[in-house]
Ligand binder design. Structure first.
Ligand code: IMP
Ligand code: MG
Length: 192
């Protein structure tokens, strides 16, 4: 019954192993450089913290906070709530995203960042919901392909909750999310 509410998509161990691989790949590609990891708040918070520690070359980190315009048009135009602290001109930049869905947010961010003339600009995305793509986006470092399901956990939220789950959980009954006790029991039953 609980598996009609949530399903375990990625275990903490699967995520840990893949993030280690991504970190090793980035460390090789950026040997001798000091890339800036730019996290898109708030969803990339957990991924960013683990990825940064999986990279062995020197890095800097910076964060942007954005919000979609709430007009329901899904235009991909986002409002920058918090911009970067430092200039990225001439720097090697890796944009760190939790999930790429339609690709609209990422397209907007890449345009905004490339206008600042970084030396290089690549994307590292943990989750790719590629069936939902509206605009093609280059994801240089990708964690996992996932099916078209709403997901929570490992930084991803529903109305601000569930970011602290260690696993990535697919939600099958969105209405059930309004009942935290029911969700807690369902999560426990799938071992999350
Ligand atoms: P895009 O512009 O459609 O690619 O939107 C990507 C953003 O939407 C992500 O950075 C997330 O903040 C949010 N998002 C998309 N899918 C999900 C999901 O399944 N769970 C939680 N947030 C999501
Ligand atoms: Mg996000």
């Amino acid at each position: 019954m609980h598996d009609e509410i949530v399903g375990l998509l990625l275990t903490a161990e699967q995520i840990r192993a893949r993030v280690a691989e991504l970190g090793a790949e980035i460390s090789r590609d950026y040997a001798g450089k000091t890339p800036i990891l730019i996290g898109v708040l708030k969803g990339s918070l957990v991924f960013m913290a683990d990825l940064a520690r999986a990279i062995t070359t020197p890095i800097n980190v910076d964060f942007m906070s954005i919000s979609s315009y709430g007009d329901g048009t899904n235009s991909g135009v986002v409002r920058i709530l918090k911009d970067l602290d430092e200039s990225i001109t001439g720097q090697d930049v890796i944009l760190v995203e939790d999930i790429i869905d339609t690709g609209l947010t990422l397209t907007y961010l890449l345009a905004t960042l490339s206008a600042r003339r970084p030396a290089s600009l690549e994307v590292c995305g943990l989750l790719d919901k590629s069936v939902r793509r509206i605009v093609e986006v280059p994801i240089r470092y990708k964690g996992f392909d996932i099916p078209d399901e709403f997901v929570i956990g490992y930084g991803l939220d529903h109305e601000g909750r569930y970011r602290n789950l260690r696993a990535v959980i697919g939600v099958r009954d969105m209405a059930a999310l309004r009942d935290p006790e029911l969700v807690a029991r369902a999560l426990e039953s799938v071992g999350a």
